[in-house]
Each structure stands twice: as C-alpha cells, then as structure tokens.
Write a protein that binds this ligand. Sequence first.
Ligand SMILES: *Cc1c(COP(=O)(O)O)cnc(C)c1O
Length: 350
Amino acid sequence: MPSHPADFRSDTVTRPTPAMRAAMAAAEVGDDVYGEDPTVRRLEEAIAERLGHEAGLFVPSGTQGNQIAVGVFCRPGDEVLLDANSHPVHYEGGAVAALWGAQIHPLVSTRGIFTEAQVEAAVRREDDHAPRSRLLILENTHNRGGGTVWPLETFRRAVAVARAHGLSVHLDGARLWNAEAATGLSVRSWAELADSATVAFSKGLGAPVGSVLAGSRDFIRQARRLRKRLGGGMRQAGILAAGALHALEHHVARLTEDHRHARLLAEGLSALPGVEVDLARVETNMVYADFPCPAEQAVARLREASVLAHAVGPGTLRFVCHLDVGAADVQRAVEAAGRLVADVARPTPG
Ligand SMILES: *Cc1c(COP(=O)(O)O)cnc(C)c1O
C-alpha cells in the first residue's frame, strides 16, 4: 500500500511545497487592516494588473470574495442571475439570501455555459411586481459543469446583454487560471469584461489560503468595508500572500500538466467496461465518471486502493487533478477502477 493516497477529491487538498513555505516564512509583513502589509499590497497590485482592473483585495476565501461582490452590487430584494449549478447556489451556505437579502435567479445551462438569449429572457423588465435584476455572475472554469471553459465570445455576449440592461457583472474565477492554461488566452481576456472578478490561490495554484477580488478603485473601497464587516480583515496576512505570490510565479505554467493528467485519467476510465466518461466535457483538470454501481460503493472500493474521489451523483464520481497527483497516481486510479468494475460485473456467488 502506498504511503500517501492518490487524492483526487479536489484541487484544494494540495500542501505548500518546501519552496512555498520558505517564501512564506521570509515574507515582509505589516498590519493589513491598516493597509501596511507590503506583501499583501504587492499581491493585490499584481493581480489587479493581471486581470485588467484598477485595484485588488486579498480575501481569505473565494466564497468571501463572491459574497463581497454581491454585497457591493445588491440591496435586499434585488435579483442575482447565475447558473443553477454555480458555486454560490450550491456551496456558499445560502449567503446571497442570508447576508444580503438578495434573491437568486438560477439559469439552467449546458455545463455552466448559458447564452445571451437566456440572459436577455431572464432580466426583469420595469414592473411593480418584479424584483430588480441587479447582478450577473459567471463562473469560469465551471466546477459542476465539469471544469468547463466559457468560450470568450459567448462570455462577451452574455456580459454585453447584462450591461445593456444596467446589471453589473461578477466573474467567479476561482479556476480562471485553468481557463488560461486550456486556451492560451490570458486570464485578463475574461476578467476585464466584468465589473469585478475573483481568482483563487488555494485551488490549482497550490497555496494554502486566499483569493483576490479585483475591480475599480471605488468598488474595492466598498469591498474593504464589507470584508471587515464579514471578519475578513487579516493582520500580518503577508505570510499568506507570499504563498499566493510564490504560486503565481511557479505554479501557473504547470497547470497544463494537470490537464494532461485529467485527459489520461478520462481516457483510462472511459476504456473500462461499464464506466462512462463524456470526453468532450474534460476540458481542464476535472473528470466526471459514471460507474456501474452506486457512487458510494465505488468511492469506498477506491479508498481501499488508496485512491480518493468524491461521489457527486447516484453513480457519478468526480476526480480533480492538481499539483500533488502525478501520472503514477492516475495509473493507480485507473487500475483500481478496473478491478472495481470487474468485481461489479461478476455475478455474486450463490
Ligand atoms: C472553490 C470555489 C470557490 C470558493 O471557494 P472557497 O473554498 O471559499 O475558497 C468559488 N467558486 C468556485 C467555482 C469554486 O470552485
């Protein structure tokens, strides 16, 4: 049995490398609530520049970044247009309603990508009965969609329709780096079209903590207030920002490796009898595979072989590739899945 599991549960499970830890230990710091942490400032400026925005704000999580954007743009009773399978709908504890009293308006999409016509149809017209449509959120890459990338032109059109109706646009770019790695287009291509954008360092980039929220100077001024209100004002946060800066320098280019591993895994799994993988859906670092048995059973059997994955549907498992899984881990996963489906296919004795 290998000493460490092949952990495909998420790209959040990575641990900081020795070089990253050294960079964090050496970080120059100050009190960031006073605006005096030079490393945090350097990170915020670097990301704002990279995303094509005026300013940035270091936040402890992508969830907080998304919610601050909702809080700046929306008042109670306003409506937020977003994909029905998006992160704020499923994984942020109902925060759009709980924190801001805003209402979600979920759009049913294909793998997280919807059309300008859907946005056009969803925006409320001036009417005493209707909530006020205020914000459009787009997620790129799209997690529950399968790590799918928004085609730039489709993204541009959705944004244009929202803008034409006076909505603001927020980009949830927790995995925007993966979109860049998959297409060769810069993260800026999508981010500069939105009014605000978040990017994460704790997913594929392999840092322990943090996201940056970017936008106009005025937007970030308001965002700072809300960050403090939510308890996200951190003091000598340069220690964390240094991990993010290290990741930015050393872990962006290697994301294509994760995508190659995901492709290998997808092909290996789809070749197994009874396992279904939509290969067209494997655009970045994620693989969704349907197994010929209950997902919980598949997860448990893989775990016995030291392969970890999440059950995300009745027979569906999600595998995510990242910094801490290599080609040998992919091979181990395919072999373990192969033994599992062979056992499932075998008739149970007497
Ligand atoms: C992970 C993730 C976030 C933010 O997650 P945190 O765990 O709060 O940092 C936001 N959006 C998407 C699409 C994500 O996958």
